[in-house]
Design a protein around this ligand. Structure first.
Ligand code: HDL
Ligand code: ZN
Length: 394
């Protein structure tokens, strides 16, 4: 029988390894109000809004969004944390945050939590949350077409080495440059300007499951040449169905099964580019792992959004380890609210270390006993080194 302490050893070491968080919606302090933090933002996470509206069918999306942020948080607190056991992953995440901030999640009141956060500054909370969560680098999602964010880029951006930039293309490819020009030349030039200004570590886009290679003219003729010119990976997040229920606004997006042969055609045409890919459908994650065995310039990353749940993270991590060894990036937080880093990485460290320990147990049965140094090296690859090396950052 393999030593029962393999899981404990692996989890203990995982807790010591700093995380490079490859994709988040968090921002550096200079972005001001775009930095979402504190209990009201935690409670009004769009994951919880969707779950609230399920248990309160008397409330429409329009009703909910007509309420103040404070009333939204009040109502979610009562419905999902007082009147019900918080068993969903998003609910359990709030409990983890509250607990790791030093409160009794069964006894604390919403007012006590609000009073706690009122006593903090954003900078203090950023320092504290990064320390609690063990995250050393946070990769942002930056969009020069967002008017609020653009104002900061046009005056007031202050680089913070803990927060790395990413040029996000969804709006740029959909609406064109600042003059609305969507030609290949205009997009190629616009990307050059913003890559120079933002110094991103990669360029990213989300795509619907209906995305096709044949229609991807801007990606093939503007984006990928620009990425090659600047030696930047291209991150594709495939399978989102935007606005399946528009009344839910940010909570209204759904998931779809993509035809990944379209990605295969792109990889075959652009062997000199580096691709970071994550998918929204669980089945697509398996196909992507197989594809990564065929293309070494393809780096599968994370368990995105609707597959960022313990049961699915476990399954996806299992088959990635079985097919790719430690040559992939198992997770990103997708944090939207600063304190999300606490629960998303607490939960993911537990799951990833448990799945890796299962592989060690299989080795042990064959007479191969891993050392702590090997465990440390494997977890360093998975939690930060693979990302750093693929991006070319240290
Ligand atoms: O497109 C994306 O980057 C997604 O992560 C969306 O922002 C989504 O709303 C989200 O936050 N998922 O976790
Ligand atoms: Zn995201």
């Amino acid at each position: 029988m393999p030593p029962s302490n393999l899981r404990e050893r692996t989890y203990k070491i995982a807790c010591e390894i700093p995380v490079f968080d490859l994709h988040t919606h968090l921002v550096a302090p200079c972005f001001g109000t775009l930095n979402l933090w504190g209990i009201d933002e935690i409670l009004t996470y769009h994951y919880l809004i969707a779950e609230f509206l399920r248990v309160r069918p008397d409330v429409s999306g329009d009703d909910f969004y007509s309420w103040s942020k404070s009333k939204q948080a009040d109502e979610i607190w009562v419905a999902l944390f007082v009147e019900r056991t918080p068993v969903s992953e998003a609910q359990a995440g709030v409990v983890t945050i509250i607990h790791q901030l030093g409160f009794d999640p069964e006894a604390v009141t919403l007012e006590e939590l609000r009073a706690h956060f009122r006593g903090l500054t954003p900078e203090e909370q950023i320092d504290r949350v990064l320390q609690i969560s063990g995250v050393s680098k946070v990769v942002m999602t930056n969009d020069p077409k967002d008017p609020v964010e653009r104002a900061i880029w046009d005056g007031g951006y202050v680089a913070d080495p803990r927060f790395l930039t990413v040029l996000r293309l969804d709006q740029i490819l959909a609406t064109g440059n600042d003059q609305g020009d969507r030609s290949v030349e205009a997009i190629r030039s616009y990307l050059g300007v913003w890559i120079e200004r933002m110094k991103p570590v990669y360029v990213a886009i989300s795509l619907p499951e209906t995305w096709t290679f044949a229609e991807a003219t801007l990606i093939r003729e503007a984006v990928l040449p620009a990425c090659r010119e600047h030696d930047l990976p291209f991150a594709m997040m495939i399978g989102v169905r935007r606005g399946v229920n528009p009344s839910l606004r940010g909570a209204g997006d759904g998931s779809g099964l993509a035809d990944l042969t379209q990605l295969e055609l792109l990889l075959q045409e652009h062997l000199a580019n580096k691709f970071l890919v994550t998918t929204l459908a669980k089945e697509n994650a398996h196909t992507l792992a197989v594809m990564a065995r065929k293309f070494s310039n393809l780096m599968p990353f994370g368990c995105w959004w609707f597959v960022n749940n313990p049961s699915i993270i476990a399954e996806i991590t299992d088959f990635r380890l079985e097919m790719l060894g430690t040559s992939f990036i198992p997770q990103h937080s997708d944090a939207r609210v600063l304190e999300h880093l606490i629960y998303k990485w607490d939960h993911s460290r537990r799951i990833i270390s448990k799945r890796l320990a299962k592989r060690y147990e299989a080795l042990d049965i064959s007479g191969y006993a891993v050392t702590d140094d090997q465990i440390r090296d494997d977890l360093a690859r998975l939690l930060h080194r693979n990302a750093e090396e693929f991006l070319g950052v240290s």
